[in-house]
Design a protein around this ligand. Structure first.
Ligand SMILES: Cc1cc2nc3c(=O)[nH]c(=O)nc-3n(C[C@H](O)[C@H](O)[C@H](O)COP(=O)(O)OP(=O)(O)OC[C@H]3O[C@@H](n4cnc5c(N)ncnc54)[C@H](O)[C@@H]3O)c2cc1C
Length: 377
């Protein structure tokens, strides 16, 4: 039976970046991925450049646009433009390239990958994991990483993350050309999609378009409405294929580790419940998961508990406010747009959130302070 320090279930963004972080530290890693090569992820690729510090490699090849402006619209009008100049920039990366760069680098550092292979059974035996797979082989490891994404089967099995996961419904498509989206701007379109919004993020020669709905799990099956949104981004040819995806979003602070097991990325329900940002928490969780396992393997710690604490402090506290903001904003979107987007200081704040310089918690505290001062005055 082949033995590894860590086995990772899922070879997407979180799985590959955890593998790279661990193999760079000299540990042996096996990734078990259920899909064959070339499975394209529905992802618009928006990412704060400040995430460089959590990336264990140079990703310049995957960056397709550097964003200077964020445009907001209410039903194709009432424009607000947030200038990102001077802030840490926001990048649009080609997701399939980023995933490939991370995986190739992890393999270069000695990680192994099995694909397409399913994990059939996991047994805990003498402080090791015994993993039985669909290729009839059995593998052994000291630690286990659950990185199997939004439809995670294993996070539930190990009781990691919320007992009742919450999902955003999304549809994604990529269209050739840029429509009416400037090459250095992203656009958020509110008002058309109930309990959510639509977005258009430009790559070099195409646009990633998405629609997402964040509360009440409303479906996005209104083709006429979807076409109207896509036309609003300047596209007339509506003969495209869409990918539907249920995205597991943050739903409270929960334990994300067990005894010798950790959940990362979407499997850990880390996606922003307001804007669907999932790349940032995937990279942050992969980084801290590798740190925690390193501390155990080098006998500095006896358990992985500091992983859950760190993720909650670094990400969960902001998401708790993101969830509250989403619940109010998407229930009263027109008021939300007027108060949250059209305020004089709003563009700067939004730019700071997107660039990772401010959290929802910082924003909420400012608003509360302003309300208290107003009432006292
Ligand atoms: C439409 C859309 C647009 C988005 N746009 C953005 C954006 O612009 N910016 C941003 O920050 N985030 C965005 N996100 C979120 C982001 O894409 C996710 O948070 C990110 O993909 C999470 O990576 P992951 O590795 O955790 O999961 P995934 O990328 O889903 O990878 C999981 C991997 O596990 C594999 N797997 C699943 N089950 C098993 C199993 N049983 N055994 C073995 N392998 C398994 C899958 O095949 C897959 O390769 C978007 C999401 C959607 C749906």
């Amino acid at each position: 039976m082949k033995e590894f320090d860590t086995i990772i279930i899922g070879g997407g963004l979180s799985g590959s970046s955890t593998a790279l972080n661990l193999s760079k530290k000299g540990y042996s890693v096996l990734i078990i991925e259920k899909e064959a090569l070339g499975n394209i992820k529905p992802c618009a690729g928006g990412m704060a450049s400040s995430m460089k510090k959590f990336l264990p490699l140079n990703i310049d090849q995957a960056i397709e646009s550097k964003i200077r402006n964020v445009e907001f619209r209410w039903e194709s009008s009432d424009d607000v433009v947030a200038d990102l100049t001077g802030e840490s920039p926001f990048w649009i990366i080609r997701r399939e390239k980023l995933d490939k760069l991370l995986l190739d680098e992890a393999l270069k550092y000695g990680s192994k990958i099995l694909r397409p292979v399913q994990v059939e059974k996991i047994i805990s035996q003498n402080k090791n994991w015994i993993i039985k797979c669909s290729n009839k082989a059995t593998y052994k490891s000291k630690f286990l990483i659950i990185a199997d994404g939004s439809q995670s089967k294993w996070a539930d099995y190990f009781k990691l993350g919320p007992r009742k996961p919450k999902f955003a419904n999304t549809i994604a498509l990529r269209l050739k050309g840029l429509g009416n989206i400037p090459k250095d701007s992203v656009r958020f379109e509110f008002g058309f999609v109930k309990y959510g919004f639509a977005w258009a993020f430009p790559l070099k020669d195409s646009v990633n378009i998405g629609l997402g709905t964040f509360i009440n799990n409303k479906l996005l099956e209104d083709e006429a409405l979807n076409n109207k949104v896509i036309r609003s981004f300047g596209f007339e040819d509506l003969s495209f294929n869409v990918v539907h995806k249920k995205l597991r979003i943050w739903n409270g602070a929960h334990k994300l580790n067990g005894d010798r097991v950790i959940a990362v990325g979407d499997a850990a329900s880390l996606c922003d419940p307001f804007l669907a940002e999932g790349i940032r928490p995937s990279l942050i969780s992969s980084y801290y998961a590798a740190e925690s396992i390193d501390q155990c393997l080098s006998s500095k710690k006896n358990d992985l508990n500091n992983y859950s604490t760190t993720m909650n402090n670094e990400w969960g506290r902001s998401m708790a406010w993101g969830k509250r903001i989403a619940q109010i904003f998407y229930r009263f979107p027109k008021t939300g747009y007027q108060l949250g987007v059209k305020r004089k200081t709003a563009p700067k704040r939004i730019a700071q959130i997107l660039s990772g310089q401010m959290s929802y918690e910082d924003i909420a505290k400012r608003v509360i302070k302003r309300l208290i001062t107003k009432n006292e005055g």
